[in-house]
Design a binder for this molecule. Structure first.
Ligand code: ADP
Ligand code: MG
Length: 412
């Protein structure tokens, strides 16, 4: 076949696959030197069309068609050549507020900190993977992010993601029949930071895909850093081959000892420009749990409401109050909220209570789960997400929530 013009091209397409024309709406069509150029700004639409064309047209015709991302089509004469768009953003999920500089180092987290720094300086060499584990609120995410920021500044392609998001992303690609694209995404990453690995539990397909990503990166000396609330050995429903990969590099724990806690309190007070007085520091040492997020929350509370607000905390735990008032207003019993009743009404009240506990108290997800007799805090996450979703469209729910928030806040 010699050249091809737009008219012939469209006629052929209609013959083979008339549905494809609707996809073409998203393209600029140009005819140049016997070729048909299809231009779009959207990489995903481009991939869709290519796949569709490939399965529709025969080879000789395909050779006369060129699908390009706009700005990428270098054959366009006279047009300014824009910088080639990266198919994937070089960095994903990083938050610049986390650095090694603002991490307070002490006995309980020194090893993790040192190894994290070493990994950031020399990724993909000595410690691969790095696996950080420890209780909630002790700086695991902070360290992952600090490594990520350090490497991103040096031009590396970094992806930070929770295992949950990784899983959801995988499922989306799988549903769209594009699992290959998913795999390819991770072929272009120099540093993968996967957080809250415990959520891989029971997700068989995600584990298979992650195993492949892992091996691929590992074999090409690219760094993987993982964080979890427990040691690899204690992960539940995670395949043995993954666990053994996790243990194949270095596994370090983060803990919080009293001296470090004291240092962190002083540092966080200074950060918020609150005068570091002994009495405040002492109170904070007593009143807060060994969870830096909790400490930060309490210090922010001092900034907002003054140190007096600390006094009330121990009278009755905030979580108890949220449970009580939510139950009262929604017409259910506290025993039901913390029990196993699954009626629609109780379930919803429980989800609202999870949501309010998260929003109004400094409690961690695990602490909330515990307060409701749940062994697994993914139930709490699920409930909160559900309310957040429904909140977007349910006006009545919004009304209930703001009423409860106001009512409870007055009593905390
Ligand atoms: P984890 O991921 O272990 O649950 P995070 O890394 O999210 O905990 O830490 C919770 C909060 O506490 C974050 O705001 C983090 O910056 C802060 N934090 C934790 N450990 C430290 C530390 N050693 N020095 C300074 N801030 C810390
Ligand atoms: Mg974390």
């Amino acid at each position: 076949m010699e050249g091809i013009n737009i008219k012939t091209f469209l006629t052929l397409l209609k013959e083979y696959d008339s549905g494809i024309l609707s996809l073409l709406r998203f393209f600029r069509i140009e005819e140049r030197e016997g070729k048909i150029h299809l231009l779009t700004k959207n990489a995903e639409i481009k991939r869709d069309l290519e796949a569709r064309l490939g399965s529709t047209l025969k080879d000789p015709i395909l050779r006369h068609i060129k699908v390009s991302l706009e700005g990428e089509d270098v054959s366009v004469k006279g047009e300014r050549k824009e910088p080639k768009k990266e198919k994937h953003p070089p960095q994903e999920g990083l938050n610049s507020k986390y650095s090694f500089n603002n991490f307070v180092v002490g006995e309980g987290n020194r090893l993790a900190y040192e190894v994290a720094k070493e990994v950031a300086e020399n990724p993909g060499t000595l410690y691969n993977p790095l696996f950080i584990y420890g209780n909630v609120g002790l700086g695991k995410t902070h360290l992952l992010q600090a490594i990520g920021n350090h490497c991103a500044q040096r031009g590396m392609r970094v992806v930070y993601k929770s295992a949950n998001d990784f899983s959801e992303e995988m499922v989306e690609y799988l549903k769209g029949g594009k699992i290959k694209d998913f795999r390819n995404r991770y072929r272009e990453v120099d540093l993968l930071l996967l957080d809250d690995i415990q959520f891989l539990s029971g997700k068989t397909r995600t584990q298979v895909e992650f195993f492949n990503v892992f091996n691929h990166m590992f074999m090409s000396d690219r760094q993987i850093v993982l964080a979890s609330d427990r040691h690899p050995k204690d992960l539940k429903d995670v395949s043995d081959r993954l666990v053994s990969r996790f243990e194949g590099g270095i596994v370090v724990e983060v803990c919080l000892d009293e001296i470090t806690k004291l240092e962190i309190i002083k540092r966080k007070l200074q950060d918020l420009r609150i005068e570091v007085q002994d009495r405040i520091v002492e109170r904070l040492m007593e009143e807060t749990s060994d969870n830096v997020r909790d400490i930060e929350g309490t210090i922010k509370g001092i900034k907002l409401k003054g140190v007096e607000h600390l006094k009330k905390r121990s009278e009755e735990s905030d979580l108890e109050k949220v449970k009580l008032y939510t139950a009262l207003h929604l017409g259910v019993k506290v025993e039901d909220l913390i029990g196993n009743k699954r009626s629609k009404k109780v379930n919803r009240a429980r989800h609202i209570a999870f949501y309010l506990c998260r929003k109004l108290t400094d409690a961690s997800l695990i602490e909330i789960a515990r307060a409701f007799n749940r062994s697994d805090h993914s139930t709490v996450i699920y409930g909160i997400k559900k309310i957040e979703e429904e909140k977007k469209k349910d006006r009545k729910l919004n009304y209930i929530l703001s009423f409860l928030e106001k009512h409870i806040l007055e009593r905390l």
